[in-house]
Design a protein around this ligand. Structure first.
Ligand code: UDP
Length: 247
C-alpha cells in the first residue's frame, strides 16, 4: 500500500476531492446504470494518483439512477423531498460500487455517509475522514450533504472545504470550460484558466450556483476536466494544464 505522505514524484495537489457524476459510471450504449468496465477504468485512474501519495476523496453523484428534481417533474410525480432522498440513496449505491472496484484493485477505501446506513458505511465524521486520508485510504463521501434541495456538486464543495482539500476535480463529459457550447459551436474557445469572477460574469456552467458560491467564498479551486482522456487525473494532480482551472 502506498503511504499517503511518501510519493515518488512531487504532485502539485496533495489532497483532492474528485467529483464524479453518477452518469460517469453508466454505459449509455448498453443502458447499464453502472458499468463494470467503466468502474474498472475509473478505479485504475484513481489508483495511479493514490500510488503517487495523493490523498484522494471521492464524491459521487446519483444521476444515473435518480434525481429528485426530475422525479418531481416526471409522470411519477415523486414529492421533491422524497425524490431527493431517493437521489441520495442512489449515491450510496454508486459509492459502494466504486468502493468494491477500488478495493479489488488494491486501494484501501472507507465510505462515509451523510445519512445513517451503519451496516455498510461509516457516518460522516470529519476528523475520522482526515485520519483515513492520512493513513492512505481513499474516502468516498456518499448521500450528498444529507439534505434535500442540494446537489453532489455542493457536497464536493462542502467536503473539500471541510477537509482542507487543495482542489476539487470535477469530471465531466466535456474537457473543460468553453466560451460557448462546443457541440453547437465548434469554434468555441476553450479556457485553460479562468477566475471565479469571470465564470460568474459570463455565466459559464461550472457547478450549480450553491456549489459555486461555496467554492468562491472558500477560495476552493476547481478543475473541470474529462475523464475520457487517459491519465487525466494523474496529469492534473501533477500540475499539467488539463481541462480548465477556475481559481
Ligand atoms: N441530493 C440531495 N442532496 C444532496 C445531494 C444530492 O437531495 O446533498 C439528491 C438530489 O435529488 C440529486 C440526487 O441526489 O439530484 C443525485 O445527485 P446529483 O444530481 O448531484 O448527481 P449527479 O448529477 O452528480 O449524478
Amino acid at each position: 500500500m502506498a503511504d499517503a505522505n511518501s510519493g515518488n514524484s512531487s504532485p502539485k495537489y496533495k489532497r483532492i476531492v474528485l467529483k464524479l457524476s453518477g452518469e460517469a459510471l453508466g454505459d449509455r450504449s448498453s443502458g447499464d446504470a453502472i458499468s463494470g468496465e467503466i468502474l474498472q477504468r475509473i478505479a485504475v485512474e484513481i489508483k495511479k494518483v493514490h500510488d503517487l501519495g495523493v490523498q484522494v476523496c471521492l464524491v459521487v453523484g446519483g444521476g444515473n439512477i435518480f434525481r429528485g428534481k426530475l422525479g418531481a417533474a416526471s409522470d411519477q410525480k415523486v414529492d421533491r423531498t422524497t425524490g431527493d432522498f431517493m437521489g441520495m440513496m442512489a449515491t450510496m449505491i454508486n459509492g459502494l460500487a466504486l468502493m468494491d472496484c477500488l478495493e479489488k484493485n488494491g486501494v484501501p477505501v472507507r465510505v462515509q455517509s451523510a445519512l445513517h446506513i451503519e451496516e455498510v458505511a461509516e457516518p460522516f465524521i470529519l476528523r475520522r475522514a482526515i485520519r483515513h486520508l492520512e493513513k492512505g485510504r481513499v474516502v468516498i463521501f456518499v448521500a450528498g450533504t444529507g439534505n434535500p434541495y442540494f446537489s453532489t456538486d455542493t457536497t464536493a464543495a462542502l467536503r473539500a472545504s471541510e477537509i482542507g482539500a487543495d482542489v476539487i476535480m470535477k469530471a465531466t463529459k466535456v474537457d473543460g470550460i468553453y466560451s460557448e457550447d462546443p457541440v453547437k459551436n465548434p469554434d468555441a474557445e476553450k479556457f485553460d484558466n479562468i477566475t471565479f469572477i469571470d465564470a460568474l460574469k459570463n455565466q459559464y456552467a461550472v457547478m450549480d450556483s450553491t456549489a459555486f458560491s461555496l467554492c468562491l467564498d472558500n477560495e476552493m479551486p476547481i478543475i473541470v476536466f474529462s475523464m475520457n482522456e487517459p491519465d487525466s487525473i494523474l496529469r492534473a494532480v501533477q500540475g499539467e494544464p488539463i481541462g480548465t482551472l477556475v481559481s
